[in-house]
Design a protein around this ligand. Sequence first.
Ligand SMILES: Nc1ncnc2c1ncn2[C@@H]1O[C@H](COP(=O)(O)OP(=O)(O)OP(=O)(O)O)[C@@H](O)[C@H]1O
Length: 251
Amino acid sequence: MISLESVSKYFGKMGNGNVAVQDVSLHIERGTIHGIIGSSGAGKSTLLRMMNVLERPDVGVVTIDGKRLTTMTDDQLRLARQQIGMVFQQFNLVHNRTVSKNIEIPLELAGVPKSQRQQRVLECLELVGLSDKGNDYPAQLSGGQKQRVGIARAIANHPHVLLCDEPTSALDPKTTSGILEVLRQINQQLGVTIVIVTHEMDVVRSLCDTVSVMENGMITESFSRAQDGFTTSPAYTLSYREQLLGYKEEN
Ligand SMILES: Nc1ncnc2c1ncn2[C@@H]1O[C@H](COP(=O)(O)OP(=O)(O)OP(=O)(O)O)[C@@H](O)[C@H]1O
């Protein structure tokens, strides 16, 4: 479904030690939720943004749904990105447009006729539990509600893939669990493949089927819920491996 083959990204001159992502290969199965976790500066966001070529890899190949994004022209990429929604930490809403008008933006860009746009906006509002907020402006909403609008906008064009960059990092734990529930629902009901960058182990444990741990621009470890199981130990002093697999292995 999503395939990265030996992708690297350098900022500034190549080979001067300023590598953000180095020689990463990753395959994410259709319909799964994949987490990318790691400390600040590990390269998580850069890796995510290479999946829809918002960051163009300096080296390597990105394929989604069998389409090779890395060799596409800008016009081809714009079309391909309609199948890849994106959710941001700071929501990135347009403040002088209502909630409904925010959700309508990707539909306008995709050339969907106005009558169909309104119907789709209502569906998306319902999906994220904001049916009564369509006429509000972003400033009238809580953080969790703003992120629900961000998610509604990201799924408006029926994408196959949803890329989420720290979607809950600006939110408190209770609001976070509501947002994770919305993402889970989108995955289970609509079959959307989700990739989520986070530094919160609880997000991985509650949501993800598989997870990659990043360090210094590389994937250092990978885990799968089916094979490894994830524990619920909130022992934040432990390594990612210890947090996910528990003490058992160590003792
Ligand atoms: N546009 C850019 N120009 C220069 N360097 C960049 C740029 N974007 C990222 N970097 C560098 O690349 C490395 C990886 O950054 P990235 O944002 O991908 O990490 P991250 O794991 O997502 O970190 P965080 O959790 O803090 O967001 C960092 O050293 C960062 O400073």
